[in-house]
Design a protein around this ligand. Structure first.
Ligand code: AHG
Ligand code: MN
Ligand code: MN
Length: 333
């Protein structure tokens, strides 16, 4: 089989569809290289002294792991000097990170969740990195947080890496979804799956059921109907998976279908869900839609949600189209 590298894919994609100009290609290659570095650190585990807590908290009040901070630094350093970016934003930083004056300023803005699935780091379960690419608004002088608050439909690229039994990179630039596998010996990303498609129907769902007593009625109804199995209203048995790394749950859905949910619940009405819109929900929703799936916040298409804050949280229902449409309909009824 002829091997197609990430670089070759990006160059050919530009030639065919004009969708990846040189600066965007540089951006994607730099992010991919940073993910390779993170993958290497993850793989070292205890030998690299990367496990455990860093003894600090991020802006969301979550305890930071050493690997959260390390991954954030790797992504920042890798992306500062290329001239492709105007600013960056991350789960691990309170406000935006403009490109230092000593480097030229580019037209893109990068957001990331440097390490997704932090609770799985120390127990050797798959984790990942999620990223989203926006364009700086026309005529922007010095980037501000406000410039980042664009709906997900404005993303020009999005992707994630999974650090698991294999390290993979899944990418969209708005023209389908492709998967690259890291060849660890060669240190290169190789195209291993073109045009990933999520089946419209599924018998598999993912939700943290330990929260079920806090759910709102539409979610309870939807899950109860699935749990009722073949003798219930859905007339089929469902299976359940919950990895607690969104990247890994979403990757499974890209590979074989399913629905992923992290709903808002009654615990804290100020907190609409756990996941963050700008660097978790939006990039994953772009990828899922590009693979033929759907994504909503229970009420509207995720990519149409107008952000109001950089670290805003949102309810998430994504994956196989017919299931996402069903649970969204239950919210409207
Ligand atoms: P992060 O590690 O970036 O904070 O994200 C963790 C998220 C997401 O990856 C996962 O789906 C979810 O938190 C798991 O939450 P629970 O521990 O509530 O199941
Ligand atoms: Mn995360
Ligand atoms: Mn994270």
């Amino acid at each position: 089989m002829k091997r197609v590298s990430l670089t070759q894919y990006l160059v050919e994609e530009q030639r065919l569809n004009n969708s990846i100009p040189a600066e965007l290609r540089l951006l994607i290659e730099v992010v991919a290289r940073a993910c390779k570095t993170i993958s290497h650190a993850v793989g070292k585990g205890a030998l690299g002294e990367v496990l455990g807590s860093a003894g600090s908290e991020n802006i969301q009040g979550e305890v930071q792991k050493k690997l959260d901070i390390l991954s954030n630094e790797i992504l920042l350093e890798a992306n500062e000097w290329g001239g492709h970016l105007a600013a960056m934003a991350s789960e691990e930083m309170e406000t935006i990170h403009p490109i230092p004056n000593r480097y030229p300023m580019g037209e893109y803005m990068l957001l990331f969740d440097p390490l997704d699935g932090s609770s799985n780091i120390d127990v050797n379960v798959s984790i990942g990195t999620i990223f989203s690419v926006l364009k700086a608004p026309e005529g922007m002088a010095a980037p501000t947080e406000q410039d980042f608050l664009q709906p997900g439909s404005k993303q020009v690229a999005a992707g994630y890496a999974v650090y698991g039994p294999q390290t993979v990179l899944v990418l969209t630039t708005g023209n389908g979804v492709n998967c690259f596998t890291l060849d660890r010996e060669m240190g290169s990303w190789v195209l291993t799956q073109r045009n990933m498609q999520i089946p419209a129907d599924t018998k598999e769902f993912a939700i943290n059921t330990s929260n079920s007593r806090h759910w709102y009625p539409p979610v309870t109804r939807y899950v109860d109907e699935m749990l009722a199995g073949v003798t219930g209203p859905r007339q089929k048995d469902f299976n359940m998976r919950w990895i607690a790394s969104m990247v890994t749950d979403v990757h499974r859905i890209l590979c074989r279908g399913g629905i992923f949910m992290y709903p808002a619940d009654k615990r804290d009405t100020e907190k609409p869900g756990k996941l963050r819109l700008m660097y978790e929900a939006n990039p994953m929703s772009f990828i899922v839609e590009q693979a033929g799936g759907a994504s909503t916040d229970g009420k509207q298409r995720m990519l149409d949600v107008q952000p109001t804050a950089l670290h805003q949280r949102v309810a998430v229902f994504l994956g196989s189209k017919n299931e996402v449409e069903r649970v969204t309909r239950y919210h409207q009824e």
